[in-house]
Design a protein around this ligand. Structure first.
Ligand code: FAD
Length: 479
């Protein structure tokens, strides 16, 4: 088979970019050649940032939690890490110390989440009964339902069983809104929160498991402790942009519309043939040994894939991903009574709020608002109230007034709606994983990656992309 390059990657979000980065760096003697083909005019997918009038608005993620050495290494490689000899861009920003404080709204008031035993005893967020129930956690047995044919345990059932209903309503539920914009009753704890699930599985208790990990237990050789919350001076888009700048010339192809994807079988070898219209309107064709598809799961049906692949992908395309709107508003500091001394606030469901939560963006990182001003990032929508993704500004301002004492008019505004924001790893998510594995094994050289597989966080997408790239390089070296 005559190949144009070793690998074609479709989609230059953070996942596709990290596959490309890994192909470039994994084998320095003979880096694998590839084409990274993106339909839009910029890299980064959900990681987009807008700077205007001294404000910085993130369209999607506001930060990345770095808890894996491979992510830290990748940042060093692209000049965004700590290594002073390679950190030419001086872009990395650690979250401020005060961002460790998080608020939960209860009875119309933001209350700081307790971070110590004394704080836990004093907080009004949990009832006395709830606090006592929390202390029983190490004595609760493991979930036996799967062996008994009861299926997956939901995150809500897991928290109710181990920690009690109070903890679900007051902390775990809002936490799920913050990460998945999801409904805790419908998320599989095993798939959506594998680290929590593993603590029960390996240590019999997540309080004891968390303590064991803190004291150096666990077998993850990649673990970075303590973890760090980071962003970048010019916003989250700095990371995809820096990865792209380090890719070989002509490997990244923006504004390309793929028109055909076909398997090739020739002389006992297999591969993939792709055709696309490039940014100038010319038809291009390439032959590849490997094809990585890193587009969002809801875009898979629109790809010109063979019918056998599209049929096999049915469970993936059915994954629910609710809409979420991120509304970034700037205000004069004097127009807000709350001290905004934290990461932000999550809101209990019983509050019937039109918001999922609010990030105190200018308290988290420097450079998010001009002097004397602040930036708030309001998230709304999600699985429980998808219709709230359409809330107008006045609804948001009224709620900010009620919860944070915001009075004046916004001095800056930026709104992004993601119609399929975050894929929900639901109770039948194992079918998704099985379908992906089966499809890949029946179609040699075809690989799927993205936030619908192996974790939705930016950090998970980076690690999964890097590992996939590494496995493809070893395929090439061994081939
Ligand atoms: C509002 C919001 C807030 C979030 N907050 C956080 C956070 O604070 N922390 C965190 O860790 N995570 C957060 N996430 C999650 C995280 O940002 C995403 O899960 C992650 O960025 C997804 O990356 P991806 O590469 O898998 O997909 P995407 O970013 O969706 O990238 C896919 C790429 O494929 C391209 N594409 C689509 N169709 C085609 C095609 N036919 N041909 C070629 N290319 C195509 C797209 O243009 C895009 O560039 C947030 C997500 C959202 C939406």
């Amino acid at each position: 088979m005559e190949k144009t390059a070793h690998t074609a990657i479709l989609g230059a979000g953070i996942t596709g970019l990290c596959v490309a980065h890994s192909l470039r760096t994994a084998s320095l003697d003979a880096p694998a050649s590839y084409h990274l083909i993106e339909s839009s005019d910029q890299v980064g997918g959900a990681l987009q940032s807008t700077q205007d009038m001294g404000y910085l608005a993130e369209h999607g993620p506001n930060s990345i939690l770095i808890k894996d050495q491979r992510v830290a290494q990748m940042l060093d490689d692209i000049g965004l890490g700590d290594d002073p000899s390679r950190n030419q861009l001086h872009e990395s920003l650690d979250a401020r110390e005060e961002a460790k404080k998080r608020y939960i709204v209860q009875d119309g008031q933001p209350h700081a989440m307790p971070s110590s035993l004394i704080g836990m005893l004093r907080t009004p967020l949990f009832s006395t009964r709830g606090k006592l129930r929390f202390g029983l956690e190490p004595f609760i047995g493991k979930y036996k339902g799967r062996e008994q044919g009861k299926g997956e345990e939901s995150f809500a059932d897991f928290v109710r069983r181990r920690l009690g209903p109070d903890m679900l309503a007051s902390a775990a539920g809002p936490f799920v809104s913050g990460i998945y914009a999801g409904n805790p009753e419908n998320l599989s704890v095993r798939h959506a929160f594998p680290r929590l699930w593993n603590l029960e599985h390996h240590y019999g208790s997540f309080i004891l498991g968390a303590l064991a990990l803190q004291w150096g237990g666990g077998k993850n050789p990649h673990r970075l402790a303590p973890s760090r919350m980071l962003s970048f001076r010019s916003g989250m888009h700095a990371m995809p942009s820096a990865i792209a700048k380090h890719l070989p010339k002509d490997s990244l192809k923006l504004q390309c519309q793929v028109s055909s994807i076909e398997p090739i079988h020739k002389n006992g070898k297999t591969g993939w043939s792709l055709s696309w219209t490039d940014a100038s309107g010319n038809l291009q064709t390439g032959h590849y040994r490997q094809l990585v598809i890193a587009v969002p799961h809801h875009q898979l049906p629109s790809l010109p894939l063979p019918t056998s692949v599209l049929n096999a992908l049915d469970p993936i395309t059915q994954l629910h991903a609710p809409p979420v709107t991120s509304m970034v508003l700037g205000f004069k500091r004097d127009d807000i009574t709350h001290p905004l001394d934290g990461f932000g606030m999550l809101i209990k469901q019983t509050e019937n709020s039109p918001l999922l939560g609010v990030l105190f963006s200018s308290s988290m990182f420097d450079g998010r608002a001009p002097d004397g001003h602040v930036t708030l990032t309001c998230m709304m929508g999600g699985s429980i109230h998808p219709e709230y993704a359409k809330n107008d500004e006045q609804v948001v301002l009224d709620e900010l007034n009620r919860l944070l004492g915001v009075t004046g008019s916004p001095t800056f505004r930026h709104r992004t709606t993601w119609n399929h924001a975050i894929p929900q790893y639901g109770l039948d998510y194992q079918n998704v994983l099985d379908a992906l594995e089966s499809c890949e094994s029946h179609h040699p050289g075809l690989h799927f990656a993205g936030n619908y597989r192996g974790g939705i966080s930016v950090g998970d997408c980076i690690v999964n992309g890097l590992e996939l790239g590494r496995s493809l390089t070893s395929t090439e070296n061994g081939a």
